[in-house]
Structures are given as C-alpha cells and as structure tokens.
Design a protein around this ligand. Structure first.
Ligand SMILES: [Zn+2]
Ligand SMILES: [Zn+2]
Ligand SMILES: [Zn+2]
Length: 342
C-alpha cells in the first residue's frame, strides 16, 4: 500500500509508493554523451576564466597562474552583479528588483576529474574551506541576504554540455530563497512550541531507529529523509547544533569530506553515475539592520546539505501540486546504500 508522509519541517506531503520498491537496478540511468571541449577549468588554462576571487595556492605561485589547489572564479554566465542598487520598485502590483548578487564557480581540482569522490579527502577539505570562505566574504556585503552553495552533476541536473570538470557553484542573492524561507518558518514554529531544534530532534530520532541512516560519523549524519521527495534523496546534517555552515569546526570539515567521498562513491556505484544536485541550506545573512527579526534563528535553524539524484521525471501532478510521488521508500534506499560496497 502506498503511504502518505508529511515532512515535519515544512509540512510538504509525499506519496511513498511502496507497492514494489524500486531498486537501484530498476533505474536505468542513460547518459547523453557530453562532448568535452578544451576545458577552461584545468590548470594551465587560467586565462580562459574571469580573474579569480579566491584560491588556495602555493606561496610562490601567482594569481591567475598555475600552482593552485582550489580556485574560485566569477561565472561567465553571470546574471547578477554585486555593484547594482537594491531599489525595490513596484510595477503596478508587482515587485521588481535589479539583479544584485554574485555567481561564482568553485573549481574543486586543478586536474580534470569529473566526480567529487575521486578527489583525495584532503582536497575535499580544501573545497569545503573555500566554500565557507566565500560565503563569509559575500556575507559582509549588506545588500546580500543569502548565499546558495550547490552542485549540478550531469546534464539532467543542469550540468554543462562542454566540460564535466568537477566544480560547485555559489549564487548570492538580495532575497532569501523560498525553499529556505519555508524551512526557516517551519523550524521557528517548532521551536516556539517545543523549545527544541527540529533538526536536532530528527538527528536524535534517526540515530535511534537507524533504518534511514546511510552513514554515521563522529560529527556528521547522512539519512534518507522520512518524507523523501525523490528516490535516494539524502540529507547530510552535522550532529551538533549549528545554524550557520560557515562556523563549521575542524573535525566536521574532515568528516564532511569523508561523507562526500563515501556517499557520492556509493551513489555512483549503485545508480551508475546518476545526475544529481546538492544544495546547502544554511541560515541567511543577518545584518544588524533588522534587530529582533531573526531572534531565535541561532537556536531554531540547523544547516544541512540536501542531495537529490535526478533519476525520475517530475511530472505534471508534482509541478502543479507540490506533492511528490516517490517509488522508492527511504528505508529501502538507505539499506541499498549501506550495503553498497565501494
Ligand atoms: Zn578540466
Ligand atoms: Zn539543531
Ligand atoms: Zn533544507
């Protein structure tokens, strides 16, 4: 029998269709060939990108030259600009703003790797530290409210047609994205009632039951969430309460790198290199201008990373209703991934 499940944070319903749980082998991930051209992200091609805004590089190397480990450059397809003005104006009843913001590419390796799990753990640690560094920097800009860190892996997940070079992206915006706002509201509502962080409660309960746990390290937990929208959807959460990703501790960076290496290798193996997205959900920038506005956010919100493989199509019912149909129960997905040997 299918089951309707409610996401405890934002109240979104999903239909877990358990009549016949789909196993990894039921998802035939077909790959459209990507014809890779000369890659602008490889070491030695630094002049093919816009000038870097940040890099971990050897002391003797020069900006925009070789000798780096991680390099962050503005996106060529940049549609946002931090120098714009923040005027919000009305066009009749509609609100319009200038495209203030930033769009940056985090080039995760100087070599032409195409999957994050192929990188050494130390390299992934540098990637995580680069992301935190950029989010902190962008957060100093009073015009920006949010910074979304994400990865598009594979064509169906919005990846590029010309190069598969391993990278993630950052888009900073003058408004908080709706998806995050829904979570912020849900988390604050729960906190008001129970005086506890809903994500901390989820971590506790999932550790207790164990059936949806994919990976458990000293500081990080990976689960297939109870009301998963997609087959093999995963959430990565720090076990210790923290609202802002940028405050990530040293041992959490190490464990998160370990999680990236292990979990993406498992997805790669179980689902034949599936297209996927991941995005970081962290608290918005809190500038002093609106005192009291984010009164409890430090206690009620909890950063996490949502990983969504794109192996099923989202159809009309889903687009129209915001209701998802998921043919693989998260308990089954977690079990398959736990048992996938890498
Ligand atoms: Zn490359
Ligand atoms: Zn928490
Ligand atoms: Zn989230």
């Amino acid at each position: 029998m299918p089951e309707l499940r409610k996401d405890p944070i934002i109240g979104r319903w999903v239909i877990i269709s358990t009549e016949r749980a789909k196993r990894p082998s039921d998802f035939k991930v077909s790959h459209t060939e990507v014809i890779e051209e000369a890659c602008p992200f490889c070491q030695g091609h630094e002049k093919d990108t816009l000038p870097e805004v940040f890099a971990f590089r050897s002391k003797r190397s020069k900006k925009d030259g070789p000798g780096w480990d991680v390099r962050v450059v503005p996106s060529i397809s940049q549609r946002l600009d931090v120098s714009g003005s923040l005027d919000r104006r009305g066009v009749g009843m509609y609100d319009v703003m200038d495209p203030v913001g930033a769009h940056e590419i985090i080039v995760e390796s100087p070599e032409h790797f195409t999957n994050i799990h192929e990188l050494p753990r130390k390299q992934i640690e540098l990637v995580i530290r680069s992301s935190a560094n950029r989010i902190t920097e962008l957060g100093k800009n009073q015009k920006l409210k949010y910074c979304l860190l994400f990865k598009n892996h594979g064509l169906r997940a919005g990846g590029s047609r010309t190069t598969k070079h391993v990278r993630s992206q950052i888009i900073a915006t003058p408004v908080t994205p709706t998806r995050v706002k829904e979570e912020l509201r849900g988390a604050r509502f729960y906190y008001k009632f129970k005086d506890r962080c809903i994500f901390c409660d989820i971590v506790r309960q999932e550790l207790e039951s164990g059936e949806r746990v994919v990976m458990d390290t000293k500081t990080m937990l990976v689960i297939a969430p109870f009301a998963s929208r997609f087959p093999f959807e995963l959430w990565i959460l720090p076990k210790a309460h923290s609202s802002d990703f940028v405050n990530i501790e040293k041992d959490e960076v190490r464990d998160l790198a370990d999680v990236f290496k292990t979990v993406f290798a498992k997805l790669f193996k179980a689902l034949n290199d599936p297209p996927y997205n991941y995005m970081l959900h962290t608290a918005p920038f809190r500038h002093a201008k609106r005192p009291g506005y984010w009164h409890t956010i430090k206690d009620d919100y909890h950063w996490h990373i949502e990983v969504t493989p794109r192996i099923t199509e989202v159809a009309g019912f889903e687009w129209g209703s915001g209701f998802y149909i998921n043919p693989t129960a998260p308990e089954d997905a977690a079990k398959y991934l736990r048992e996938t040997k890498i």
